[in-house]
Ligand binder design. Structure first.
Ligand code: ATP
Ligand code: MG
Length: 218
């Protein structure tokens, strides 16, 4: 069975931390492909000095170009409105029958899942690959929502092949990748202060930021 990673985020902008983490997870989980899905985020909710949904999607497209197994998905940007994970999951499942999809997310994002729209349904219907991120303890994921999901959380290494006919025993698989300590916040701040972006974002993304004069405002 084909396995697809759904890697959602603001990607404002996409950076080398995202790319390295997704590559590590794809390799360890043997995913057929990873879809990078920038969220739409209505303009009034976006951070100050943030890029438009179209620019964020474009940067993801540039970043995944020529990277085998990575794709940019316009699903949420094109849908507009609020981007709900449950809706995205159901749409992908409808669009890609006969495949199995997994949310890919950092432990920081997973620990916030209680704030997601219909998070009970997301946890009930979804499968998750939760990856390490510098500054966050991966093991803390086990205590999410007061530990109610402890039995559903286990290491990827013990999950067996994810493309087997049977679903993995745990819905939430912990992936202890070596991650890069980079955030979009740091990238935006560096642009504002006129600092170089070498090593933080792919060169073509840095060129796009410069050319479109993104993140120059407050
Ligand atoms: P911001 O600083 O604006 O919050 P960010 O760097 O956290 O940006 P997001 O778009 O918020 O990026 O994150 C999208 C997803 O990528 C989340 O699941 C997050 O946990 C994960 N992620 C972001 N940066 C890293 C990293 N360096 N290593 C591992 N995972 C990461
Ligand atoms: Mg973030």
């Amino acid at each position: 069975m084909e396995t697809i990673g759904l890697f959602g985020g603001t990607f404002d902008p996409v950076h080398c931390g995202h790319l390295k983490a997704a590559a590590e997870v794809r390799r360890r989980a043997r995913l057929s492909r990873v879809l990078f899905i920038p969220s739409y985020l209505p303009p009034h909710k976006a951070a100050r000095g943030a890029a438009s949904p179209a620019d964020r999607l474009r940067m993801v497209e540039i970043a995944v170009r020529r990277r085998a197994g990575f794709e940019a998905s316009p699903l949420e940007v094109e849908a507009g409105g609020k981007s709900y994970s449950i809706r995205t999951l159901r749409r992908i499942r409808r669009l890609c029958p006969g495949t199995r999809s997994f949310f890919i997310l950092g432990v920081d994002a997973f620990l916030d899942i209680g704030t997601w729209h219909q998070y009970e349904k997301v946890l009930d219907e979804g499968l998750f690959l939760v990856m390490a991120r510098p500054g966050f303890d991966l093991e803390r994921a086990r205590g999410v929502l007061g530990g109610r999901f402890r039995d559903e959380i286990g290491p990827l290494a013990e999950a067996g092949p994810l493309d087997a006919a049977a679903r993995p025993r745990c819905r939430v698989l912990l992936v202890p990748i070596p991650a890069l300590d980079v955030s979009s916040t740091e990238v935006r701040e560096r642009v504002r202060r006129g600092r170089p972006l070498a090593g933080l974002v792919p060169p073509a993304v840095a060129a796009y930021i410069r050319q479109r004069q993104l993140y120059r405002g407050r």
